[in-house]
Design a protein around this ligand. Sequence first.
Ligand code: SF4
Ligand code: SF4
Length: 275
Amino acid sequence: MDISRDKLNEWVKSLDLDMVGVAGIDGYRDVEPQWNPLSILPKAKSIVVFGKSIPRSYFRGIEEGTLWNRVNRQLTPKPAYYLCRMFEDNKFLAVPCTPLAPERWPDGVVFKEGKPAPNVTPDIYYAAQLAGLGEIGYNGTFLTPQFGARQALGMLFTEAEIESDKPFKSGQLCDREKCKACVKGCPAKALSTTPITRKVGDQTIQVGKFENEKCKFCVNGAFPDTSLASAPPNRLAAACTRACIACLEDNGKVKTNYKSKFRRHDAWGFDTFAA
Ligand code: SF4
Ligand code: SF4
């Protein structure tokens, strides 16, 4: 291996991050070029996904309906910048992944036959599940055993070979058949109980289908995507995901040291076009 896991863990800790996982390139065999890190760094050997927990307090005002904080699902560019420098100081190329809405693609002209149009936008949740950090939940949010839905993620691709993690097996956190608290938690009924399927490496998972017109104007805590106004919003603090946070904690799937429950009374909410 070019970089040991101990070394990577040390770098991540020095940047005050809470988690790191590594996905091998094998999981990208069948990924379309416009979503594939290999279109950006053809000799990439490892996809590194890292994250930091978001304190519960960030959700409090929205849960009470009294203060709207923006709860970012992706990290600022700074940790990726410093991690890339650490790789480069050790003689290996590393490229930070810019978090853009995949719906922006195609976002420019094809410059060479056989190459995808810009901007190639690898899916960070897909990478995070392959890197063993957690799983994509029914409501499309990324869930981890440590923090449930409460983390922001970042990602880079590197030519360094690093021991990879096993992909996280779906269903350990999100019990799609029995739970669906996210569906019940949407006051606008924008999340369907009828799932669609998607591939994550070798696994086929089920995720809910959203009525994006309703989500785009959601008044229950969602924020517009900052990279594309017409893309689905950031739902991390929306009613659907806050219901998930409460459900995972109340059912003991995510253990916390908080003395009080996340949800302390019935959730408020409005249908999108009723507010
Ligand atoms: S973002 Fe808003 S409208 Fe969409 S599913 Fe979540 S709570 Fe419902
Ligand atoms: S609320 Fe339940 S079904 Fe929905 S994403 Fe969370 S764990 Fe999965």
